[in-house]
Design a protein around this ligand. Structure first.
Ligand SMILES: Nc1nc2c(ncn2[C@@H]2O[C@H](COP(=O)(O)OP(=O)(O)O)[C@@H](O)[C@H]2O)c(=O)[nH]1
Ligand SMILES: [Mg+2]
Length: 321
């Protein structure tokens, strides 16, 4: 497809063209990257919201309900599920699949899943690229669902304006266990399945933790929103509406305090760093692997005949002259 036609179609929200581009980007097809160069110049309009938490915390259920809440207000929504257990990625129980179906019929909603990829920040880059595509499709809200484990939850902040950390009572999700990483990145806390025992304890722990923080940038003290049983449809929808309103409040706060600019700047820096790494490192790795040099170096490292630092410095001198 001709590039400008492709851009036009994606701008018009064409699902097939956008899906194909995202898939080609994941597969690192060069034409897809060329398309992205143009697309990038048209991005930056969407409010990107990261939703992170343990598997089973109810993130996908929340995303589903948030979609409904936003659609009620006429917002368009893009969803990226970066969770191998997510219904979007096929690890679904039947009920979840059926629920998603209703959004699949809605042209104001676009849902994609991203496979968890291997080394070198490949996933983070794939997320960043896909966000651009959803943004250019004209989606007002982009929701990124990630499992809060490993590196991902740290990455999410580099792609989002607003980060929602979803916690559940009594799932070993006590503050100690999740402190590392997730606490600092939360703009909004959700206590999900808050009808369960332990919800108040979790709430009090969060409040105590927030009380210990010395300052909140922009005066934004992360709100804690309790969301009860998803099967209690009316009150669940009300809580989710409240969450959606709080997400909007956060964006307003970012705008009014100038923090939005800081976040955009950080996002741009991360993106440039990832692109540099991709442009510089990938060809070197490829050549070293294909020439068999990589195997030789690894052998030397294992025998302690060489160290990785010197090998890297020499390779850099050789390739970056
Ligand atoms: N009892 C109860 N179950 C819930 C609630 N929210 C989600 N679930 C269930 O918890 C399971 C995991 O939910 P899911 O949204 O897939 O969690 P995720 O792994 O964080 O995306 C599913 O079986 C949901 O039906 C809730 O508020 N109450
Ligand atoms: Mg999920």
């Amino acid at each position: 497809m001709e590039e400008s036609e492709q851009l036009k179609k994606i701008k018009a929200g064409d699902v097939r063209t956008a899906s194909r581009l995202i898939r080609n980007l994941e597969d690192e097809i060069p034409e897809a990257k060329n398309a992205l160069k143009r697309i990038f110049l048209h991005t930056g309009k969407a409010h990107v919201v990261g939703i992170t938490g343990s598997p089973g915390a109810g993130k996908s259920t929340l995303v589903d309900a948030l979609i409904t809440s936003y659609r009620k207000k006429g917002d368009t929504v893009g969803v990226l599920a970066v969770d191998p257990t997510s219904p979007f990625t096929g690890g679904a129980i039947l009920g979840d699949r059926i629920r998603m179906q209703k959004h699949a019929e809605d042209s104001g909603v676009f849902v994609r899943s991203l496979a968890t990829r291997g080394a070198l920040g490949g996933l983070s880059k794939a997320v960043g690229d896909a966000v651009h595509v959803l943004d250019v499709m004209g989606k007002n809200l982009i929701l990124i669902e990630t499992v809060g484990a490993g590196q991902q939850e740290v990455d999410i902040i580099n792609h989002s304006h607003t980060v929602i950390v979803v916690l559940v009572p009594g799932m070993g999700d006590d503050i100690q266990a999740i402190k590392a990483g997730m606490m600092e990145i939360a703009d909004i806390f959700v206590i999900n399945k808050a009808d369960r025992d332990g919800a108040n304890k979790l709430y009090n722990e969060l409040v105590a933790m927030l009380n210990m923080a010395h300052e909140f940038p922009g005066g934004w003290r992360p709100p804690i929103i309790k969301i009860g049983n998803c099967f209690d449809a009316v009150s669940f929808a009300q809580s989710v509406d409240k969450l959606a309103a709080t997400v909007a409040d956060h964006y307003r706060c970012l705008e009014e305090t100038g923090l939005l600019g800081d976040r955009m700047k950080r996002k741009a820096m991360v993106e440039l760093g990832e692109s540099l790494r991709d442009a510089i490192l990938s060809p070197i790795l490829k050549e070293m692997t294909q020439s068999g040099e990589m195997d030789l170096f690894v052998e030397k490292l294992l025998k302690k005949e060489a160290d990785p630092y010197t090998i890297a410095e020499e390779a850099a001198r050789r390739y970056l002259k």
